[in-house]
Write a protein that binds this ligand. Structure first.
Ligand SMILES: [Ca+2]
Length: 470
């Protein structure tokens, strides 16, 4: 009897809203340090609960490991060489004024499209994407210190890279963003329209500002980098000097001085990053509980993604900005009604999110999408793609990188399209590599195969075609 009532209620809902909704949750700088990805230190019970009902992509990659280019790519469905957004100062519409963004696509299908928090990188949250004015969060500096001394600081930031205040969840920006998202769900519950609700959390991005209770979870238990030196024989062009962290007080300023963080700073930063993960985990829990409470979870696809990886002292470095596995690998968790839990090593790219969501919600995938529809991978009907691609500029040079799930291979080109550096890393044991193997004769065959797959950064076209034809 109970299931019959549920069926009738569900049918009524499907009659008025015949397509699926989307709850699109972005986290800034979140690498896959989550319980559901096998991390035993972090406290992420809410994301783990979501993951237990979702498809968890264990090998998912951003297309460029820094905020604006990664976000321009996922939101447009295009790769950085198409968006031409390679830096933080170029908004998507300045290079692709007419591209049909993911939310704009849903808007065209008659959806209510709403954005709260940080979705695109820039303050102007692309008016064409949304049916309501977007809300970036409470007014004030994005660094969001509560200490009045640091409230209005600007770059370079004369403030510590962390803050731990004994406050409740809504004191910081992300808490208020989720409170606002919850209000939207209350309104959307009685709307006769489908919705695409984007919720952009700014943590665990620097500065690591989070309520004290989350810091207290990590008083004794710390993440410890497996390797504190660059991989052996890595070309100079591949490395970066973690300038982003050096902008904060008490961090050594000269990237080439060889100065490292003090042990106390090192521990504090890693504790702070994990505190921020647990903070957003609690907020994501609130959001998902609300979705369930409204009953909207029955016909809503949930996607949780991070815009790129992060180094926490790994390789003796911090932040992102590279083509390394640890900077390109991201969490990607998708829950869709009717699709069973799966943890998969099938390769995924953030550029796949657009076509996959379009397909999962019952729409035709727009032609311009440069990623692949992974819905059949999610339902176990397709084994997935052969390779995943990313890129990163270094000055006027461009590094193109590819992974086949085990090997990561990178080629660096200068402005005359001359090859100026190669890297080949074995990642069969995880995200950290011991040495660059690109110039070892015994790995020549693998390198040659991956050179072909990479095809100077254009190899994705062949991989996409193969996904359609197989
Ligand atoms: Ca970011």
């Amino acid at each position: 009897m109970k299931s019959l009532i549920i069926l009738i209620l569900l049918s009524a809902q499907l009659l008025s809203k015949d397509k699926l909704n989307v709850l699109f949750i972005a986290s800034d700088d979140l690498r896959p340090d989550l319980g559901c990805y096998g991390n035993t230190i972090v406290h992420s019970p809410n994301i783990d609960r979501l993951a237990s009902e979702s498809v968890v992509f264990n090998k998912a990659y951003c297309q460029q490991a820094v905020c604006a280019p990664s976000r321009a790519s996922i939101m447009s469905g295009c790769r950085p060489d198409t968006t031409k957004v390679y830096d933080l100062s170029t908004p998507l519409r300045s290079t692709l004024p007419n591209v049909l963004t993911l939310p704009q696509f849903y808007k065209q299908q008659g959806y209510e499209t709403i954005s709260v928090g940080k979705i695109y990188h820039h303050n102007n949250e692309d008016k064409n994407s949304w049916t309501q004015p977007s809300w970036k969060g409470p007014k004030g500096d994005w660094r969001n210190y509560l200490n009045p001394k640091y409230k209005h600081v600007y770059y370079p930031t004369p403030a510590p890279a962390w803050e731990s205040q004994d406050v409740d969840d809504s004191a910081y920006k992300d808490g208020q963003v989720v409170d606002r998202a919850i209000q939207h769900l209350d309104q959307l519950k009685s709307s006769d329209k489908n919705f695409f609700l984007a919720v952009g959390l700014v943590k665990p991005h620097l500065p690591f500002n989070a309520p004290k209770k989350y810091w207290d979870l990590y008083k004794e238990n710390f993440y410890n980098p497996a390797r504190r030196e660059w991989p052996q024989d890595t070309p100079k062009i591949a490395k970066m000097g973690w300038h982003e962290l050096r902008a904060y007080t008490d961090i050594p300023k000269d990237p080439y001085s060889g100065k490292r963080l003090s042990k106390a700073q090192d521990l504090k930063l890693r504790q702070g990053y994990y505190a921020c993960i647990s903070y957003i985990d609690a907020l994501i829990g609130k959001l998902i509980n609300k979705l369930q409470e409204t009953g909207l979870d029955k016909n809503t696809v949930i996607v949780l993604w991070g815009d790129h990886g992060f180094k926490l002292g790994d390789y003796g470095a911090w932040c992102k900005h590279s083509n390394f596995e640890i900077d390109t690998r991201v969490p990607l968790i998708i829950k869709a009604p009717g699709i069973k839990h799966l943890k998969t090593d099938s390769l995924a790219e953030l550029v796949d999110v657009y076509p996959t969501l379009a397909s999962l919600t019952g729409h035709k995938v727009p032609q311009h999408c440069e990623g692949s529809d992974l819905s059949k991978v999610m339902s176990g009907q397709h084994k997935g793609k052969k390779a995943a691609f990313s890129q990163y500029p270094r000055g006027k040079n461009m590094g193109y990188t590819v992974t086949d799930g085990k090997w990561r291979y990178t080629e660096w080109y200068n402005t005359s399209s001359t090859l100026v550096g190669r890297e080949l890393f074995d990642h069969s044991q995880g995200s950290i590599a011991e040495a660059n193997l690109a110039h070892k004769p015994e790995f020549r065959k693998i390198r040659d195969q991956l050179t072909k797959t990479l095809n100077k950064g254009q190899g994705w076209k062949e991989v996409k075609l193969a996904m359609i034809n197989n």
